[in-house]
Design a protein around this ligand. Structure first.
Ligand code: SDX
Length: 370
């Protein structure tokens, strides 16, 4: 039996949801290139595509949008929990617990995708409530007439967002929707494979995504840029970080051995937003980190990943760095639940093995003789 640390290069299922070409840096959702989806589509249409396997007709999309809008409101007792704890708690802990509370009320049985739509519709409301509570602001109720991305920013700022902000948010959410068998998706499948419930799977996904090696990297990457402070400090910072054995956050990937296509797309939105919002120097710092990081790490296949520029986009859109991973989760919940749904069609309990290397046959010694 071969030990495969981190399950590297181990396939645990077949999928028709997402394909990643790690060598060429290409990403496809249900066979469509993310470049096309980022240019021409939107979050609702892509969520429909991921869940149902096809792009919706106009009527299907209208009905789907209406369904999501009806599900956006969060029960009052969950909002009051969020109000109570969000000043000091880690936003991913608050989101994880709020989703868990949603699971308490929802009956255990029922169609995975129907429940997924409910959870996906409510997560931005919870995230916006976390962010506004951290700023001592009143909560803003969702507006059923706005799109998913538009409503997310409306609930965050309490006013209608600009079209550039909406487009940037829409594309960012679209690019975070799925990524095949990443750690958090795998965590969801482990839970689902025991025939537990979808809320428990999503809670497991949020828990895994929180880590700085995964979805937590977007805030770590932005904090790097803030810490560097000026483009002139970049080289010294990167060299000292790497020489002290620390990782460059937002760089590297288990599958991509070239630049993550999502980083390429997000870089353009980061550039536009930072120019508009007076964050031009922060963008310049990020670009210098990209350039120097690739010069040092590129020959080992270590390049910017989705988290490298996404933090700059979320920061420019008005979110605190600690809140960034909850935005990632609000999009990835579509992919998590789609993979659970796909896996349950041909379920097998996920139970790997471990190679035993300890002692055997040891004699029990009474405590006073130890
Ligand atoms: C996401 O899986 C997905 O698809 C995830 C994701 C998604 O959409 O779901 O794409 C989202 O999580 C992106 C990754 C975000 N994380 C970071 O930016 C954190 C920094 N990156 C790394 O820690 C690392 O690159 C990982 C964890 C992302 C991937 O690492 P692997 O494949 O497990 O490789 P490894 O940790 O074994 O590293 C191999 C070598 C090591 O050097 P040696 O010990 O062999 O000498 O590469 C080095 C590492 O030190 N290395 C880095 C590095 N990433 C890897 N060195 C410096 N900086 C880095 N960022």
């Amino acid at each position: 039996m071969e030990l495969k640390k981190g399950l590297e290069d181990v396939a645990i299922k077949e999928t028709s949801i997402t394909f990643i070409d790690g060598e060429l840096g290409r990403l496809y959702y249900r066979g469509y290139s993310v470049y096309d989806l980022a240019s021409f589509s939107n979050f609702e249409e892509v969520a429909y595509l991921i869940w149902y396997g096809k792009l919706p007709t106009r009527k299907e999309l209208e009905d789907f949008r209406k369904l999501m809008a009806e599900e956006r409101k969060v029960p009052d007792h969950i909002s009051s929990f969020v109000r109570q704890v969000s000043r000091n708690a880690n936003p991913m802990d608050v989101l994880r617990t709020a989703v868990s509370m949603m699971g308490l009320e929802d009956s255990r049985d029922g169609d995975t995708i129907q429940k997924a739509i409910k959870i996906t519709s409510k997560m931005p409301t919870i995230v916006a409530q976390i962010q506004r509570t951290r700023r001592g602001q009143d909560l803003v109720e969702p507006d059923p007439n706005l799109s998913h991305a538009e409503n997310f920013l409306f609930m965050l700022h309490g006013e209608k967002p600009s079209s550039t902000d909406v487009r940037s948010m829409d594309v960012s959410l679209t690019l975070h929707v799925d990524h095949e068998m990443n750690a958090s998706t795998f965590a969801c499948l482990v839970v689902a494979s025991t025939l537990s419930d979808i809320y428990s799977s999503v809670v497991a996904g949020i828990s895994a995504l929180k880590g700085p090696l995964h979805g937590g990297a977007n805030s770590e990457a932005l904090k790097q840029f803030l810490e560097i402070g000026s483009p002139d400090n970049v080289e010294k910072y990167v060299l000292s970080r790497l020489s002290s054995g620390q990782r460059l956050m937002g760089f590297g990937h288990r599958v991509y051995k070239t630049m993550d296509p999502r980083a390429k797309i997000l870089r353009e939105y980061a550039k536009q937003l930072s120019t508009e919002k007076g964050l031009g120097e922060l963008f310049e710092i990020a670009q210098r980190v990209e350039e120097i990081g690739i010069k040092i790490l590129g020959n080992r296949g270590i390049y910017p990943n989705v988290d490298f520029y996404s933090g700059l986009v979320f920061y420019a859109l008005g979110f605190d760095p600690d809140v960034f991973p909850t935005i990632f989760a609000s999009a990835r919940v579509v992919g998590w639940t789609a993979h659970v749904d796909e896996y349950l069609k041909d379920n097998k309990l996920i139970r790997p093995k471990a190679i035993y290397v300890g002692d055997l046959g040891r004699r029990y010694v009474p405590i006073d003789e130890r």
